[in-house]
Design a protein around this ligand. Structure first.
Ligand SMILES: Cc1ncc(COP(=O)(O)O)c(C=O)c1O
Length: 352
């Protein structure tokens, strides 16, 4: 049986919401946008949520709202999607690319030596990072925290939703994420009214009022049709995250070795990626491919090894080792229990 790595979801409910919004609302700035923001804020337990055009724009605008600019330095881990670091460079600031823990691939604060102006921890693979250590560093350096929660919609840390435990939380709705808007999209969450107002303004050309502009900004709004689809997806997020947990449990029970990355003991992951770490990673990948089973590697090249970061001349041993041993297995909610067992058995043939 062929098992793809990812299957894009499109339901009648999404279609109806999309068509309804096109027929009845303004294409930009319609009522669905306002409702999606209210519902997302309620879901994450924050006062405000501002929708934007992508996770990347959420990150970049959040940094701008915190006055990050040239001469600023921002700490971020090197095991993440490139946007976690590029958002910093887009503000003309300098990323301090930081090595990770070999256990779960999240930022290892003990590696930070520089004084910075902000920190972007990443809840990588949907698993909350060790936020207490991030917070301790931020308090010591008196700097704000922008959570990169682009892979972690619904994840919890010590009983609170990620995206609600820092100055700003940033989410992506890219189609592979735990929830989508049927295209690119993002959200910034915050409890700070001043930050909320700035993000709202920067996403809309720096607008102060209808015909007044008091800062530089972009056109980085979320379209109404995407907000309408996002509302449907948000409604089903918890049930889909529960299914991802069930799938993880089946992998755990079936795999012959305990090679799944661990869940944060203080948190609740939403298993955006189900990642195993094993020295025989390349053999596992080959065996899966031989059996028509999709897999992926996040991330094959840590950020500091990407061409545009060569000039930084960094060697970060943990992330370099980690990237050679990890592989993501299919994890989407529509996988059947039978399919999960077939995938795990296939891995077992290599690791037993
Ligand atoms: C950890 C992380 N940060 C940032 C982003 C950027 O989000 P987007 O692709 O919506 O710009 C992504 C998603 O691809 C991500 O996984």
């Amino acid at each position: 049986m062929k098992i793809p790595f990812f299957v894009q979801e499109f339901t009648d409910e999404m279609e109806n919401a999309a068509i309804d919004s096109l027929r009845n609302e303004s294409f930009v700035g319609g009522e669905s946008v306002v409702k999606f923001e209210e519902e997302f804020a309620r879901y994450t337990g924050t006062k405000y949520a501002v929708s934007v055009s992508s996770g990347n724009s959420a990150l970049q605008i959040s940094l701008m709202s915190l006055r990050i600019s040239e001469n600023s330095k921002v700490i971020t881990p090197t095991n993440s999607f490139i946007a976690s670091a590029n958002c910093i460079r887009m503000t003309n600031a300098k990323p301090i690319l930081t090595d990770i823990k070999l256990t779960d691939g999240s930022i290892d604060i003990s590696n930070v030596k520089d004084k910075a102006d902000a920190i972007i921890p990443v809840h990588i693979y949907g698993n909350p990072c060790d936020f207490d250590s991030v917070k301790a560093l931020a308090e010591q350096q008196k700097i704000p925290i922008v959570e990169d929660a682009c892979q972690a919609h619904g994840a919890m840390y010590k009983g609170k939703k990620v995206g609600s435990i820092s100055d700003v939380g940033c989410f992506s709705f890219y189609p592979t994420k735990n929830m989508t808007v049927g295209g690119d999209g993002g959200m910034a969450t915050t409890n700070n009214e001043e930050i909320e107002k700035k993000i709202r303004s920067i996403r809309d050309n720096g607008r102060k009022s209808k015909n007044e502009f008091d800062k530089l900004g972009f056109t980085m709004r979320l379209n109404t049709i995407n907000a309408a689809i996002g509302r449907v997806q948000l409604k089903h997020l918890d049930e889909k995250n529960s299914r991802r947990r069930e799938i993880t449990e089946i992998y755990k029970k079936t795999l012959l070795q305990d090679c799944l990355l661990p869940e944060n003991v203080d948190g609740k992951s939403v298993f955006h990626q189900i990642v195993i770490k094993h020295e025989k990673r390349d053999d596992i990948r080959q065996e899966l491919s031989k059996n028509d089973i999709g897999s992926a590697i996040y991330y094959e090249k840590p950020i500091h090894m990407q061409e545009i970061y060569h000039e930084y001349g960094l060697t970060l041993p943990n992330s370099e080792k980690f990237s050679k041993e990890i592989i993501s297995l299919p994890s989407y909610p529509s996988l059947t229990n039978e399919q999960v067992k077939v995938i795990a058995e296939c891995v077992n043939k290599v690791i037993n």
